[in-house]
Write a protein that binds this ligand. Structure first.
Ligand SMILES: C[S@@+](CC[C@H](N)C(=O)[O-])C[C@H]1O[C@@H](n2cnc3c(N)ncnc32)[C@H](O)[C@@H]1O
Length: 240
C-alpha cells in the first residue's frame, strides 16, 4: 500500500474501460453534486449510519472515503480518534485531506482487496457506498474481522442486490426513475452510471451479506435502514 501522489494521472477513457477508482478519481470535483442526483436519500442514509455508531472509538478505518462526506462526520463525532482512510483514487484522498484539514489522518492509496494492517488495529471500520466494488466479499469480511479488536464495530452503507430477481428489478427501475427526474441526471450521466455498474459493481443480497459476515466471525448482524438498492448494515466483532 502506498501514500497517494497529488499528481496522479486521470485516464480519459470510457467508464467501463477504467477501473472503479479511476472512474471516481476522474469525477472527483463533480462527485458531490452527482451523488445526490444519483443516490436517493443519500444524506439520510449517511445519518442513519451515524446513528448506529458506538459512543467511543480510538482508532477508525474508513474504506472508500471518496470526497470525505462520511469522513467529516466521523472526524466531528470522534475528535481524538486516529483515522485511517483508504481509497484507490488519489484525487479522492487529496479532496478529503483538504476538507479535513487541520485534522490529520493517515491516507492510504490502495485497493480494498489489498488492505494490510496489523491484526486488531481498529475499534471501528466504516464505509459508505464502496464495498460493492469488491467481488470476493467472503475474503474481504475475513480481513475486516481480523483488523477489528474484540468488541469492535463494523458499519457500512452500500448498494445491495434484491432478495429476489423481481425485487431487484423493481429496485433498479425505481433507481433509474429517480436518476431521470428533471434536475437529476442527464442521459449521458445515466449511461455512464449504467456502464460503470455493469463493469465494476458486485451486488450481494442482504441474506448473503449476513451469511458471509457470520462466516467471517461477525455477530449481531443487522440491516438498520433500507431504501431500494441501498442499505445500512451493522455487525460486531465478538470475542473469538
Ligand atoms: C461511490 S464512492 C463513495 C464515496 C463516499 N464514501 C461516499 O459515500 O460518498 C466509492 C469510492 O470507493 C473508491 N473505490 C472503489 N473501488 C475501490 C477499490 N476496489 N479499492 C479502493 N477504493 C475503491 C472510489 O475511488 C470512490 O472514492
Amino acid at each position: 500500500m502506498k501514500k497517494y501522489s497529488r499528481h496522479a494521472k486521470v485516464l480519459h477513457v470510457d467508464s467501463a474501460k477504467r477501473s472503479a477508482p479511476e472512474y471516481f478519481g476522474a469525477m472527483a470535483e463533480e462527485y458531490d453534486s452527482l451523488i445526490r442526483r444519483a443516490v436517493p436519500r443519500y444524506d439520510e442514509m449517511m445519518e442513519r449510519l451515524m446513528d448506529y455508531l458506538p459512543p467511543r472509538a480510538a482508532s477508525i478505518l474508513e474504506l472508500g472515503c471518496g470526497t470525505g462526506n462520511l469522513t467529516l462526520r466521523i472526524a466531528k463525532k470522534y475528535p481524538e480518534a486516529r483515522l485511517v482512510l483508504v481509497d484507490a483514487a488519489p484525487e479522492m484522498l487529496a479532496l478529503t485531506e483538504a476538507r479535513l484539514a487541520p485534522r490529520r489522518a493517515t491516507f492510504v492509496a490502495a485497493r480494498f482487496e489489498d488492505v494490510d494492517f496489523e491484526p486488531e488495529s481498529f475499534d471501528l471500520i466504516i464505509s459508505s457506498i464502496s464495498l460493492h466494488h469488491v467481488r470476493d466479499k467472503a475474503s474481504l469480511y475475513r480481513v475486516l474481522r481480523r483488523l477489528l479488536r474484540t468488541n469492535g464495530t463494523l458499519r457500512f452503507a452500500d448498494q445491495l442486490r434484491g432478495g429476489t430477481e423481481a425485487n431487484h428489478a423493481l429496485n433498479w427501475e425505481r433507481w433509474l426513475e429517480f436518476c431521470r427526474l428533471p434536475g437529476n441526471c442527464t442521459r449521458a450521466e445515466v449511461r455512464s452510471l449504467l456502464d460503470h455498474a455493469a463493469a465494476h459493481d458486485h451486488y450481494t443480497p442482504l441474506a448473503e451479506h449476513f451469511r458471509l459476515l457470520e462466516q467471517a466471525g461477525f455477530a449481531n448482524v443487522d440491516c438498520v435502514w433500507r431504501n431500494w438498492i441501498w442499505g445500512v448494515i451493522t455487525a460486531e466483532a465478538p470475542m473469538a
